[in-house]
Ligand binder design. Structure first.
Ligand code: SAH
Length: 254
């Protein structure tokens, strides 16, 4: 059987739809030419998070440059239901994993939250934004989640509205099972702690927030990255978009 591949999806910063020809910078050009080994005429899908998805063809490419011919819109831009994740940053490989998986799972806003036991002193937000773009390319997502700058836990709680429920992943056992709370509240935001957990003062402070809904994720202690992914899966399955099926797989083979 012929190996039918979907067209490569590429995130671009440019406006799409206005200009028929688009130039790529050295990194993306190198990716197309030397990694994917595309040749003139190969089809691509482009998106920028604002103008929907567009089919394009490689017009010409050389060392460090490529020009693409933008052809037709293949998908309109769509609004996605809000799904916010506040997570305590963890070490490099695991934080990249959180961001990649949360993007695949439909998270719309990711914000690192600094807590007492957070052991990471600097969060490379630019690197996280790159991970988001790559995950969105791969999972056929049309919008990009926002990666917000890190905030302290106190600040996050001060800023969060009193009437918008958020799930507080509480490993102390004080919460109710997550599926019950999601079904009852329809919460679309989540707060998870660092590898060392929230300390007692923080747990009390979070629980005092009028919108906090402490939830449990079962009898085992999950690693911080697993907790984010597991909770997002439950939120999407019960109140989110997991009732829908992939419907955009209509691109031409290249
Ligand atoms: N250091 C802690 C575990 C922290 S796990 C300890 O050993 O007790 C990291 C984070 O994942 C926690 O802060 C919590 O937000 C979440 N988490 C992990 N397991 C959980 C569970 N069973 N229920 C709810 N939240 C959990």
């Amino acid at each position: 059987m012929k190996d039918v591949k979907l067209a490569t999806r590429l995130y671009v910063e440019d406006e799409l739809g206005e200009e028929p020809v688009l130039g790529l910078g050295p990194e993306q050009a190198h990716f197309l030419r030397s990694v994917l080994r595309l040749r003139p005429g190969a089809q691509l899908a482009l998106f920028n998070g604002r103008d929907g998805e567009w089919l394009a063809r490689v017009e010409a490419l050389g060392k460090g440059w490529a020009s693409l011919k933008v052809e037709t819109q293949s998908r309109p831009q769509e609004d996605e239901p809000e799904l916010t994740v506040f997570f305590a940053p963890v070490k490099r490989a695991r934080i990249d994993w959180i961001v990649e998986k949360a993007t695949e799972l439909g998270c719309t806003r990711l914000q690192p939250v600094l807590t007492h036991r957070t052991i990471v002193d600097r969060v490379n937000v630019q690197r996280l934004r790159t991970a988001v773009r790559e995950a969105a390319e791969q999972c056929e997502r049309i919008a990009l989640p926002e990666v917000a700058d890190p905030v302290k836990l106190e600040r996050m709680l001060d800023d969060w509205p009193d009437d918008k429920p958020f799930l507080f992943a509480d490993e102390s056992g004080g919460g109710r099972p997550i599926h019950e709370i999601v079904n009852e509240t329809g919460a679309r935001a989540l707060l998870t702690g660092p590898e060392g957990g929230f300390d007692e003062r923080e747990q009390a402070m979070i629980a005092r927030h009028p919108a906090a809904c402490p939830v449990g994720l079962g009898p085992r202690i999950l690693r911080a990255d697993t907790a984010v992914i597991a909770a997002l899966s439950v939120m999407q399955a019960l109140g989110g978009d997991w009732a829908e099926t992939p419907k955009f797989r209509n691109l031409q083979p290249r």
